[in-house]
Write a protein of this length. Structure first.
Length: 453
């Protein structure tokens, strides 16, 4: 499984990094689309992107969270535009969260009593009075002042700088040229448009009911401004309608002509999800995490639980069997998969792995009977199915390939080396010598002899 697939199993906070390092720029996601790890409604969308050249494409993501009390200067109550509103959120003296410009949340931990910090994916941070600077292993750097983003520098010396008006980011420039701008109404003070590259998206806001719970009864205590409509240059529109159900639980309906409607309902007191369209949710607290169970209107059931402390992730989809993934939780193998078990009346091992001390996979078992063995450098040495060899290869003590066996294609390769490093390779097909070739120590062909062809 790839790192990205492993993360999609759970509510991973830190993503893998595109181009090997820096910001991910992918749209944040969770296991069940529409609900995040704490059970709050979480709706993510990509509005557009700006191509700044040299393989740097900056997307603009937006997010609504039913637990968020803050108001986005651009989209209103409960929303955030991470590219414009990336910031630092202190947790305590030794921990803080950074809402990254792409929307992912990274957690940084203080190194002892110093002003240095360690974060996700190799990022490190340093505080200096009101400044907080975080740096990726490859050189990406983001600067914050008094918790607000000021500048992004990538590994290609491109610099993105922020312009503020009254403490609110209204423009992002690349080498002095704006590629993101917020337009607003002088009369209302509300944002009316977002310019992303050459594309302008019109924004409208409306009043959203503020629901509170008193004496186990939901009441509407007032109204707040929040996003109600987006319109793209091609005429495409998307509407966001906040309201309440018959029990005065808060609701959000999202509609667009070419996409399926979304209809969320959440608990007014806990702010955790109750339903998402056809799915009705049940959340069960389990020590430091939640178990998610949901049932559709046609009777399908799914569940998910990520117990990070124990290293166990459980998933069941569409009335299927329960799949449990076990990971190491300490030492150099932290996060790596130990085994994957299916439980459907009887326990079945779908996958199991053992590792070298370095962390490299040594042996894999894939259901029902496929076994792969690797060298410490990650090279596949042998694969069997039902105790029959599927593929085998050998290397000498200098890491040079000396033998390949592929019974399925009835091919065998034998290679020998002389003291100077010149190689003689014999290729057999269906047990008969097919050809012989010789190469010098620089791997240049010296001779080639076809036989029995």
């Amino acid at each position: 499984m790839s790192p990205r697939m492993l993360m999609s199993i759970g509510f991973a906070i830190a993503p893998s990094l595109t181009m090997g390092c820096g910001l991910d720029w992918s749209l944040p996601h969770t296991h069940f689309d529409g609900v995040e790890e704490h059970g709050y409604v979480a709706y993510w969308e990509k509005l557009g992107e700006a191509d700044l050249g040299d393989r740097l494409v900056i997307p603009m993501h937006i997010n609504f969270n039913s637990h968020r009390e803050a108001s986005s200067p651009t989209l209103g109550k409960g929303w955030i535009v991470p590219l414009l509103e990336s910031h630092v959120e202190p947790i305590d003296e030794n921990r803080l969260n950074v809402i990254m410009p792409d929307g992912w949340t990274f957690t940084f931990y203080r190194n002892g009593n110093t002003e240095t910090w360690r974060g996700n994916a190799g990022w490190v941070g340093e505080t200096n009075n009101t400044l907080f600077t975080i740096t990726a292993p490859c050189g990406w750097r983001i600067k914050f002042d008094q918790g607000k983003i000021q500048e992004i520098e990538n590994d290609k010396n491109q610099s993105l700088t922020y312009r503020y008006n009254g403490g609110v980011a209204t423009e992002v420039d690349e080498d002095g040229k704006p590629f993101v701008q917020v337009e607003g109404s002088p009369a209302t003070g509300l944002a009316t448009g977002l310019i992303i590259g050459s594309q302008k998206i019109e924004i409208a806001q409306a009043q959203r009911p503020r629901v509170v719970t008193k004496l186990n009864q939901n009441l509407i205590a007032g109204f707040d401004q929040s996003l109600s409509e987006l319109q793209w240059p091609d005429g495409r529109k998307q509407t966001f309608t906040f309201g309440t159900d018959k029990d005065l639980c808060p609701t959000l309906a999202i509609a667009e002509a070419v996409l399926p409607d979304r209809n969320f309902t959440w608990n007014a007191e806990t702010r955790q999800i109750k339903s998402d369209g056809d799915w009705t949710y049940s959340l069960q607290p389990k020590q430091d995490h939640l178990r998610f169970d949901r049932v559709s209107s046609n009777g399908q059931s799914e569940s998910f639980e990520d117990d990070a402390a124990s290293g166990v992730t459980m998933e069941r989809v569409a009335n299927g069997p329960e799949i449990s993934t076990y990971r190491f939780t300490s030492g150099p193998l932290t996060g790596r998969i130990r085994k994957v078990i299916e439980e459907n009346g009887a326990e079945k091992t779908l996958y199991a792995a053992s590792y070298f001390p370095s962390g490299q996979v040594m042996r894999e078992l894939v259901y029902p009977d496929r076994v792969r063995t690797y060298s410490e450098k990650g090279k596949l040495l042998k694969e069997t199915a039902g105790n029959q060899i599927v593929f085998e290869q050998d290397y000498d003590d200098r890491g040079r390939l000396t033998h390949i066996l592929n019974p399925g294609k009835q091919i065998e390769v034998r290679r020998t080396f002389d003291p100077q490093g010149a190689a003689t390779t014999r290729v057999f097909k269906q047990g008969t010598l097919f050809y012989t070739e010789q190469t010098d120590k620089n791997n240049k062909l010296v001779s080639f002899n076809e036989r029995d062809k």
